[in-house]
Design a protein around this ligand. Structure first.
Ligand code: AHG
Ligand code: MN
Ligand code: MN
Ligand code: MN
Length: 332
C-alpha cells in the first residue's frame, strides 16, 4: 500500500464470503448475521446511555432471567435472519420454540444462535458475545422442521461467534475451511479480515485452565483430580464467565475451558445447539478438541452428540489437545 495502515486494499468480510463460499444464499445469510452483530455491538455500547441495563422481567426456556439486551439482541438477530430469505428454521436461546420460516420467505439454512452470551456480565461492562451454528436443511421441501436442527453436530456447515469486547471481533469457520478472524472498524462499519487460519498455539500454549471453581464441590472425582493437578502443575486460572470470552482466549492463548456436569446440573449448564456445537466446530477447525467428558455413560466427542431437544444441555471440555486429553485421561 501507500505506507501506513490505510491501505488501498481493504480485505473485508464480504470479500472473504464472496471469494470463498461461492454460495449466494449463504453469503447473504452471513452478511445479515454480520449486520446483526454490528447492531448488537452498538446496543451493548450504548446500554448505559439508552437505559438498556437490567432485566426484561421474563424468563427464557432455560430458566434464565432475561436481560433487556437478551431480548433486544434476540429481536435484532431474528429480524435480520428472517429478512435474509436464506433460513427455514431459527433456534434461539431466547425462544421456547424454533421459528419455522413461512415457505414464501424460506431458504436452505437453519441457524441456532445465542444472541447474547454472558449476558449476566452486561450491567458491569464485562465482555459478552453472540454464538451461532448453521445447518443446511436436509428434509425435502422448503418448509423447515425441528428435525432439520436435531441432528449430529458434525452436520454443521458453519459456526462462529462475535465478541463484544474492547474490539468487536467476529471469528468464524465454514466446514472444510480454516478459522478466520475479523475486527469491526467502527469508522467504516465493516469487519476487516485480520487473521486467516487461526489455530491453537502448537504444543498447547499457555498453561491456563478456565472453569467456575465455585462448583468444585459438585463435580465428579475425575474432574476434581484434573483441576487439582492443574494447580500442582502451576497452571493459571482465567475465567470471565462469558463463554465467548473464555473460548476466544483459549483458542488464541491455549489451555482448556471446562463447564462440567455437576450434582446440581447433571447435564452441565451450556446448551448443545447454540453454545456447545458451534464452539466445538471452531475449536476442532483450529486444531483443538471438544468433548463432553463422561456423559450418558461414555466419554464422547461433542460433535458426535445427537440432541433430542433444542435447549438440551451437555458438559463441555474444550481446548488444546494437550489439556483436553489430560482431563479425559482421568476417566480411564
Ligand atoms: P448466557 O448468558 O447466554 O445464558 O450464557 C452464560 C453461560 C456462558 O456464557 C458462561 O460460560 C456460563 O454461562 C457461565 O456460567 P456460571 O456463571 O455458572 O459460571
Ligand atoms: Mn441466558
Ligand atoms: Mn450463552
Ligand atoms: Mn445468551
Amino acid at each position: 500500500g501507500s505506507g501506513g495502515d490505510l491501505d488501498s486494499e481493504f480485505h473485508s468480510l464480504t470479500e472473504y464470503l464472496m471469494t470463498t463460499l461461492k454460495d449466494q444464499e449463504l453469503t447473504v445469510l452471513m452478511s445479515q448475521m454480520a449486520l446483526a452483530c454490528k447492531a448488537t455491538s452498538r446496543a451493548c455500547a450504548k446500554a448505559g446511555i439508552a437505559n438498556l441495563f437490567g432485566m426484561a422481567g421474563d424468563q427464557n426456556s432455560s430458566g434464565d432471567d432475561q436481560k433487556k439486551l437478551d431480548v433486544l439482541s434476540n429481536d435484532i438477530f431474528v429480524n435480520a435472519l428472517l429478512k435474509s430469505g436464506s433460513c427455514c428454521v431459527l433456534v434461539s436461546e431466547e425462544n421456547e420454540e424454533p421459528i419455522i420460516v413461512p415457505e414464501k420467505d424460506a431458504g436452505r439454512f437453519c441457524v441456532c444462535f445465542d444472541p447474547l452470551d454472558g449476558s449476566s456480565n452486561i450491567d458491569c461492562n464485562v465482555s459478552t458475545g453472540t454464538i451461532f451454528a448453521v445447518y443446511e436443511k436436509k428434509t425435502p421441501g422448503k418448509l423447515g422442521s425441528v428435525a432439520d436442527v436435531l441432528r449430529v453436530g458434525s452436520d454443521i456447515v458453519a459456526a462462529g461467534y462475535c465478541m463484544y469486547g474492547a474490539a468487536t471481533e467476529l471469528v468464524l469457520c465454514f466446514k472444510g475451511q480454516s478459522v478466520q478472524r475479523f475486527a469491526l472498524d467502527p469508522s467504516l462499519g465493516e469487519f476487516v479480515h485480520t487473521h486467516s487460519n487461526v489455530t491453537f498455539p502448537s504444543g498447547g500454549g499457555k498453561k491456563i485452565y478456565s472453569c467456575n471453581e465455585g462448583n468444585f464441590p459438585y463435580w465428579d472425582q475425575p474432574i476434581k483430580d484434573a483441576v487439582t493437578e492443574f494447580k500442582a502443575k502451576k497452571y493459571a486460572l482465567r475465567y470471565v464467565g462469558s463463554m465467548v470470552s473464555d473460548v476466544h482466549r483459549t483458542i488464541l492463548y491455549g489451555g482448556v475451558f471446562v463447564y462440567p456436569a455437576d450434582s446440581k446440573s447433571p447435564k452441565g449448564k451450556l446448551r448443545v445447539l447454540y453454545e456447545g456445537f458451534p464452539m466445538a466446530l471452531l475449536v476442532e477447525c483450529a486444531g483443538g478438541k471438544a468433548s463432553t467428558g463422561m456423559f450418558n455413560g461414555s466419554v464422547q466427542r461433542m460433535l458426535d452428540l445427537e440432541p433430542t431437544h433444542v435447549h438440551e444441555r451437555c458438559p463441555v471440555i474444550l481446548g488444546s489437545p494437550r489439556d483436553v486429553d489430560f482431563i479425559l485421561s482421568k476417566y480411564n
